[in-house]
Design a protein around this ligand. Structure first.
Ligand code: ZN
Length: 219
């Protein structure tokens, strides 16, 4: 796999190799809720597994930051100050968005999402004092990850973009957001296309780049 991703030119919009740029597949969704995607520097360099970029690119009211200790991050502290902020973190006292409407303040909601492996997430969480004091949010869902290529620690694990979709659907349910169904159903399109691309690449590494381009233009 490495040779195909290694030195390829990168698209700095979707952070994919240019040969498999997913920019043509994004929905661009407006929300009142601010989404903040946080990424460990180690994860940022990976091209394969990080759907945080896809999430950020799909949501107009989102920001993405790379780092470990965000305690004195001016922009993040500003967002926390001006929003009713939650962080997606499945602790025992997390607000379960599936059952509870989180809107209790005049301030707009902000939802922080850490797009990293569990080990990196823990590092960001323990080092960033401002984040560790945020309210936790979780959800329960029957959705199973479509990301078969990535080894999931357990069945309940969803990628960042899949988790975000569940959150968007639940925000709609609580009438905090009014996102059209067709936008929601297209939200995972770049993710699905990426999986399709990776599967085909594994099955047929030599000829795939050409076939994929054809497929994309015939969309
Ligand atoms: Zn791109």
């Amino acid at each position: 796999m490495k040779t195909y991703y290694g030195n390829r030119e990168k698209c700095y919009e979707c952070y994919r190799p240019k040969s498999s740029c997913m920019c043509g597949y994004f929905e661009h969704i407006n929300t009142d809720t601010k989404f903040v995607v946080l990424m460990h520097p180690k994860e940022f360099k990976k091209v394969k597994n990080n759907t945080g970029h896809f999430t950020h690119k799909s949501l107009r009211n989102s920001e993405l930051f790379i780092g470990i200790d965000f305690s004195n991050h001016k922009r993040i502290n500003d967002i926390i100050e001006r929003h009713d902020s939650y962080i997606l973190f499945p602790s025992d006292d997390a607000l379960n968005l599936t059952h509870v409407n989180p809107k209790k303040s005049e301030k707009p909601l902000a939802i922080f999402i850490i797009d990293s492996t569990w080990a990196c997430t823990k590092k960001i969480f323990t080092q960033s004092e401002n984040l560790s004091s945020l309210k936790h949010m979780s959800f329960t869902t029957d959705r199973v990850s479509e990301y078969e290529i990535k080894v999931q620690p357990d069945d309940a694990y969803l990628s960042t973009i899949e988790s975000t979709l569940v959150v968007l659907e639940l925000l709609n349910k609580h009438q905090i957001e009014v996102i059209e169904d067709n936008l929601l159903s297209g939200f995972l399109r770049p993710f699905k296309k990426m999986i399709e691309y990776q599967k085909n690449l594994i099955a047929n590494p030599q000829s795939h780049a050409v076939r994929f381009k054809k497929h994309k233009t015939s969309k």
